[in-house]
Design a protein. Structure first.
Length: 211
């Protein structure tokens, strides 16, 4: 088995400490950081995303895999930067104002990072204006809004309005998700995309960035 295959399998098993050693070993063997990313880390997270979508694995396994992914990317990040490798896109994400739930948001962030996107995590209780100012300052292609409470989901409409008021609505896509959110609600507020789960959100984000 090649070292890249080993890295791919180690990530899927969520073995974070071993991950760091193996990625370093691959670099020491002369494998390019970009190849480690595209041929081992990203394919492994794609498998995790698919298994999660199909209920073959659950949140704890995803969290373990994401931790292993972070260990691996920490090792190759300086090498990627030095060789001028760009992220596949840039996204800002947060749970909307009035809502402190973050497990769903964190899962989406991990899946987005697992697809090679750069993610700016604004945390929880994020006002509409903060989403928009972050997108403008960091040249984000997508704003991702999460809500778990029916009482906070209307803040997503404020995000859409704030993006229009700032003049960036034609440049930035707005994705929404969370337990009370539906496709119908997404359309009613003028957002661009509703994701029912973290893996679908990541797939859609990659497609939107390419588009």
């Amino acid at each position: 088995m090649s070292i890249l295959q080993e890295i791919c399998e180690t990530l899927q098993k969520g073995r974070a400490k071993l991950m760091k050693e193996m990625v370093q070993k691959a670099l020491d063997e002369g494998i390019a950081a970009q190849d480690i990313l595209t041929d081992a880390l990203l394919p492994a997270m794609s498998v995790i995303g698919e298994k999660f979508k199909n209920n073959e694995i659950f949140v704890p396994e995803v969290l373990m895999a994401a931790r292993a992914m972070n260990m691996g990317t920490d090792v190759i990040k300086p090498h990627l930067a030095a060789s001028g490798v760009q992220a596949a896109g840039r996204v800002c994400i947060g749970t909307v104002q009035g809502d402190l739930h973050d497990i769903g948001k964190n899962l989406v962030r991990m899946m987005l990072e697992g697809k090679g996107l750069e993610v700016i995590d604004l945390g929880t209780d994020v006002p509409a204006e903060k989403f928009v100012s972050c997108a403008m300052e960091n040249d984000c292609q997508i704003i991702c809004c999460s809500a778990l409470l029916t009482t906070t989901m209307d803040v997503m409409a404020d995000v859409v309005r704030a993006a229009k008021a700032a003049g960036i609505r034609d440049k930035v896509k707005i994705m929404v998700g969370g337990a009370p959110i539906t496709e119908e609600f997404c359309r009613s507020i003028g957002a661009d995309f509703y994701a029912a789960d973290a893996a679908s959100a990541a797939d859609a984000a990659v497609a939107l960035c390419k588009g």
